[in-house]
Write a protein that binds this ligand. Structure first.
Ligand code: ZN
Length: 264
């Protein structure tokens, strides 16, 4: 251990607040040949919106802030409640009743002071979507309801912004990457897959399911931004943690989809 008291530094070590200003903190990513210096620069230029700072969004944001995504826009309408602490890794007891967007920004800024973060405490709806989601390269789903996902999906397809969908409930979870004009959109998928409308408040959720799906979403974002690996385009990642099942299922575009279909 470097110190016995939280926040107390051993003399002679560099000021950690300076660590966001160079590449030293990203050396493990830069050393990974599929990211390298070029990939790290792409991450630092990326502008990402995360809608929902709950079980999924807090994991996504924590990973992307640590990875050095240059700009994060955090959107959430709720405050931190006691039952959030079971899985929402950005928050602690001192955050209870604070707006999640603001508590998230405070925690993420302490993790990485070298990135820009905007916190928006508000409800994403059909009237403010353009205002809240314009100007980003990528949107990640941290929501807990299908209504908001449908709004994001429609905006993303219309404005050709990639959208990473994720959902976790009980011991199960799903994720996919939607590339407008190329892959099936969310509406194409949920016509065929049941269970997408289940909510954690009624059915419960394992913290591990939220953590893993949030991690898969962040992983898709890093791969897409850096341009390596096989992403979940046209594929649905599915996990069942009780059964230790991890599957990747092919999904097809619905030609008659009201959002992205060519025959609509
Ligand atoms: Zn569609």
């Amino acid at each position: 251990m470097l110190s016995s008291n939280h926040g107390t530094r051993v003399p002679g070590f560099p000021d950690p607040r300076e660590s966001g200003k160079d590449n030293a903190r990203y050396s493990r990513q830069i050393a990974f040949n599929k990211i390298g210096q070029k990939g790290q620069e792409k991450l630092s230029r990326a502008k990402v919106a995360i809608v929902g700072m709950g079980g999924l969004g807090s994991v996504i944001a924590m990973i992307l802030a640590r990875a050095g995504i240059g700009y994060l826009r955090l959107i959430d309408r709720d405050v931190v409640e006691p039952d959030n602490l079971q899985r929402q890794v950005l928050f602690d007891e001192s955050d209870i009743w604070a707006p999640k967007a603001h508590a998230s920004k405070k925690r993420l800024s302490a993790i990485n002071s070298g990135i820009k973060i905007d916190a928006i405490c508000g409800d994403l709806n059909g009237k403010n979507t353009k205002k809240l989601l314009s100007g980003v390269d990528l949107i990640l789903d941290g929501t807990d309801n299908m209504e908001t996902r449908v709004i994001i999906n429609e905006f993303a397809v219309k404005n050709k912004i990639p959208f990473i969908y994720g959902a976790a409930v009980r011991d199960k979870g799903m994720a996919t990457l939607i590339i407008p004009g190329k892959t099936p959109c969310l509406k194409c998928i949920f016509r065929r897959v049941s269970g997408l409308g289940m909510d954690c408040g009624s059915f419960g959720v394992l913290p591990t399911a939220a953590g893993l799906i949030g991690t898969v979403e962040a992983n898709e974002a890093i791969k897409l931004i850096c341009g390596f690996g096989k992403t979940l385009q046209g594929l649905l990642f599915y996990l069942d943690l009780s059964e230790n099942r991890f599957d990747v299922l092919a999904i097809k575009k619905d030609r008659k989809c009201g959002i992205c279909g060519i025959c609509r």
